[in-house]
Ligand binder design. Structure first.
Ligand code: 1GP
Length: 255
């Protein structure tokens, strides 16, 4: 019998893409942008150069909302649609993949591993590609910090973040996500990104509070491999601020 990590097509494609440099993910909330509206945003995101759609981001996303948005997006754009779940109730087989994530610094064991034990058989039945990911909240953490009962990593403790991230990698997680919280006044500090990048072998995702190309550039220079933008995609209808972030990512790929 042969064993090995069951890497699926979405993760494989992402890893191939990362060989050329950083990539960009657009976060769409299927509650704020349901069905066809999510597909409109996704179409604009793909045209702007974003590499994948993350679906998720608020509380109360049902399987129906998730499924409708994923189906609408898949019918219209070629980039993958990946669920960024708030819990087992928001899973839907219409998506291409799922970030199967442990909220590493939560005090709530459900969010670290117990909900996963309930969700895993459902994920398997749905045939969803699960990409194992360590999700680490850095201060201020915003709403996910509160809802997730998180002890956020202080902004002046890059070594603490690097410890968590390396532990995630050693536990077999194949992505690490540093999250400042959606709408955070400023993104994850560059020193934290740099320390985590230096510690890790797996790709590093950074999100929360990225509002412009000027925000994006130092994060990319510090070694972020994937940048996520949500708020400015929703607020501006993929306007100039959003485009400037995607441009920085594309530009970094050419460097
Ligand atoms: C939230 O990191 C993402 O989970 C995106 O944050 O909404 O601030 O872009 P923003």
């Amino acid at each position: 019998m042969r064993f090995g990590p069951p890497i699926g097509p979405v993760e494989r494609r992402l890893l191939e893409r990362l060989e050329d440099g950083p990539v960009h993910f657009t976060l769409i909330d299927p509650e704020k942008s349901p069905g066809a509206r999510a597909a409109d945003v996704a179409e604009g995101a793909a045209a702007a150069g974003s590499d994948a759609i993350l679906l998720g981001g608020s509380t109360g996303i049902t399987r129906e909302l998730m499924g409708e948005a994923a189906r609408a997006i898949r019918g219209r754009v070629g980039i993958p649609t990946i669920i960024f779940p708030e819990g087992p109730g928001s899973l839907a087989p219409e998506a291409d993949a799922l970030l199967f994530m442990s909220l590493l610094n939560s005090r709530d064991l459900d969010l670290v591993v117990r909900a996963h034990a309930r969700a895993a058989p459902v994920v398997r039945r749905m045939g969803l590609e699960a990409i194992p990911m360590g999700y680490l909240v850095i201060a201020p953490g915003m709403r996910v910090g509160e809802v997730g009962q998180v002890d956020p990593v202080p902004r002046d403790e890059p070594a603490t973040a690097a410890g968590y991230a390396l532990a995630a990698e050693m536990l077999g997680m194949r992505l690490v996500y540093l999250e400042a919280g959606s709408g955070a006044p400023s993104p994850v500090p560059t020193e934290t990104v740099r320390a985590v990048r230096e510690a890790l072998a797996v790709p590093l995702i950074v999100g929360g509070g990225i509002r412009s190309g000027a925000d994006a550039r130092p994060l990319l220079e510090a070694g972020a491999n994937i940048l996520v933008t949500g708020t400015i995609a929703e607020e501006d209808g993929l306007g100039e601020r959003y485009r400037s972030v995607v441009r920085e990512v594309v530009h970094a790929r050419r460097r």
